[in-house]
Design a binder for this molecule. Structure first.
Ligand code: IPM
Ligand code: MG
Length: 359
């Protein structure tokens, strides 16, 4: 069956890294991968410049029609001074909400070859393999009321609302428990229930859902302690289940444990399996256009796409093996190269992975 993939290059290094991922997709097709059709559209600052909107109507319509969306990155200093509604990040947030992509999966897995790239000691991160399951369409990101105002007397005030409904917690908890069943059977749910009502409800609903999954061991942890434990002994975690804001923060921390944030993919899926796939790093405007960004996070996002949205898990594994293969051969972009070691450019890394697929 023909699958439709929408590519949204976005800003900064986005176009360079998505180009490598598309290269890998095309190489797969020549090895009898799934048949697919690739289209491109605008998002983020690039869309603001071209169409005055970080998520043009046309992009959302195309995304709705696609089986999967591959995104590079959005944002950059050029658009930082714009009003909240016009900021590139807004385009991404509206796309997540528009497709109801409530489940964000962010695996952080250590490649043995890169153990020395981490800022943590090898014995602390050896064997690291965790997944953050982050709720993505609720919480303070979308909560109303929100805004800014000037109080009587002239002082400025700004506010956001942290809010969760039971059904939103229930559905993301199920994703985490099901995933744990395919892994090591442990879920650690993150909250701040010692202070926040929204977290107290979170904790209750997660515990209720857990009763339906007797094969999974559930623990709860406050988010501040979780940050400490991730740096102290990250291998204690299997699946981390988090609300939107806490997951945003902890996933950057978890990413860095593996050595380079440039290596990590993510998937954001809805109830029908449609998904948005993107590396977890940002648009890195400082290195944009220099052919030096690491495309592996985006290429590994294609592997997740094959697995979760294109019904081709074996092809996904093939991409993962190709990435592991090029790392074993010693191909390194600058972010993961040892000091003084020569490094490959973005395009060369993409070629190396595409070639390794044939082997
Ligand atoms: C992420 C990013 C986004 C978020 C930004 C770009 C809106 O940091 O995907 O983690 O906060 O969710
Ligand atoms: Mg983030």
């Amino acid at each position: 069956m023909l699958k439709k993939i929408l590519v949204l290059p976005g800003d900064g290094i986005g176009p360079e890294i998505t180009a490598q991922a598309v290269k890998v997709l095309r190489a797969l097709r020549s090895h009898s991968g799934p048949e697919f059709e690739i289209e491109e559209a605008l998002i983020g600052g690039a869309a603001v410049d071209a169409a005055g909107d970080p998520l043009p109507q046309e992009t959302l319509a195309k995304a709705r029609q696609a089986d999967a969306v591959l995104l590079g990155a959005v944002g950059g200093p050029k658009w930082d001074a714009l009003a909240t509604k016009l900021r590139p990040e807004r385009g991404l947030l509206r796309l997540r909400a528009g497709l109801d992509l409530f489940a964000n999966l962010r695996p952080a897995k250590l490649y043995g070859e890169l153990i020395d790239s981490s800022s943590l000691k090898p014995e602390v991160i050896e064997g690291l393999d965790l997944v953050i399951v982050r709720e993505l369409t609720g919480d303070v990101y979308y909560g109303e009321p929100r805004g800014a105002r000037t109080l009587a007397g002239g002082e400025r005030q700004a506010f956001n609302t942290m809010v969760y409904r039971e059904s939103e917690i229930d559905r993301i908890a199920r994703v985490a428990f099901k995933l744990a069943l395919q892994r090591r059977g442990r879920v650690c749910s993150i909250d701040k229930a010692n202070v926040l009502e929204a977290s107290q409800l979170w904790r209750q609903v997660v515990a209720e859902v857990a009763c339906e999954f007797p094969g999974v061991e559930l623990t709860h942890m406050y988010v501040d302690n979780a940050a400490m434990q991730l740096a102290r002994r990250p291998t204690q975690f299997d699946v981390l289940l988090t609300p939107n804001l806490f997951g945003d923060i902890l996933s950057d921390l978890a990413a860095m444990l593996t050595g380079s944030i440039g290596m990590l993919p993510s998937a954001s899926v809805n109830q029908s399996g449609q998904g948005l796939y993107e590396p977890i790093h940002g648009s890195a405007p400082d290195i944009a256009g220099q052919n030096s960004a690491n495309p592996l996070g985006t290429i590994l996002s294609v592997a997740m796409m094959l697995h979760y949205s294109l019904g081709a898990p074996l092809m996904g594994e093939r991409v993962e093996r190709a990435v592991a293969g090029v790392l074993r051969q010693g191909v390194r972009t600058q972010d993961i190269a040892a000091p003084g070691e020569s490094s490959a450019g973005t395009g060369e890394m993409g070629n190396a992975v595409a070639n390794a697929l044939g082997r």
